[in-house]
Design a protein around this ligand. Structure first.
Ligand SMILES: Cc1ncc(C[n+]2csc(CCOP(=O)(O)OP(=O)(O)O)c2C)c(N)n1
Ligand SMILES: [Mg+2]
Length: 201
């Protein structure tokens, strides 16, 4: 049976620990929060397709002592395939880009993407990202992510996942709330003020 992204997220929980995530889209964020709770807002949601890996890149370059995980979608990455060349060139040692490839724009209305016959890992490899894997089982997913965490180069993992039957309940957290909670979390772990004093904004 084909794995689903929620099972992958359960596997990620202990591996990610206190590190940071950038997650493409609301549904994967909600799945993350279902598994991890809301106490520690180490997850930032990216709402624009194709942007998640680039937000992750910024965090990875700014915080080289932390691992940054990006959870992406196939449709989203197709909107910014060039981001793989940016990642390959900037080559952050601490970024793990995980692509949930369900061959569908699920949260945009379930139309198929053109990714069914496309080898994303081969595209990443050709862009010169050296650590690439394509996985289809939970066991292989865990092995790939653990290996990615242990080494020190940009990693790109394609997880072939099922089309979700239904969406999780979306909850009430919008992008604004997420932005502030995430920044406050960063301030607390980095022991650094990020947002300027209110009168200086
Ligand atoms: C730039 C941009 N264009 C369109 C949308 C609207 N939209 C939201 S989800 C979605 C489909 C996403 O597909 P995919 O990245 O494969 O994620 P999945 O839902 O399959 O996990 C679309 C088109 C958007 N959020 N951003
Ligand atoms: Mg998809």
């Amino acid at each position: 049976m084909i794995m689903n992204s929620l099972d992958c997220i359960k596997v990620l929980k202990p591996i990610v620990g206190d590190n940071l995530l950038v997650v493409w889209g609301t549904t994967k964020t909600i799945e993350w929060l279902q598994v991890n709770g809301k106490d520690k807002m180490n997850v930032f949601t990216s709402y624009a397709m194709g942007e998640a890996a680039m937000v992750g890149l910024g965090l990875a370059l700014a915080l080289p002592h932390r691992k940054i995980f990006v959870l992406d979608g196939d449709g989203a990455l197709l909107m910014n395939l060039g981001s793989l060349t940016t990642l390959a060139n900037k080559a952050p040692k601490n970024l793990i880009h995980i692509l949930f490839d369900n061959a569908s724009y699920v949260s945009g209305g379930r139309l198929p993407t053109f990714s069914k016959a496309t080898d994303f890992a081969a595209i990443a490899k050709a862009a010169s990202i050296k650590f690439t894997r394509t996985v289809k089982s939970i066991g292989d997913f865990k092995t790939a992510v653990e290996a990615a965490v242990k080494q020190a180069q940009t990693a790109f993992i394609v997880a072939k996942v099922a089309v979700d039957e239904k969406f999780p309940p979306l909850g009430t957290m919008d992008g604004l709330e997420n932005k502030y909670l995430f920044i406050r979390y960063l301030e607390s772990i980095e022991k650094k003020q990020i947002l300027p004093d209110i009168l200086k904004r």
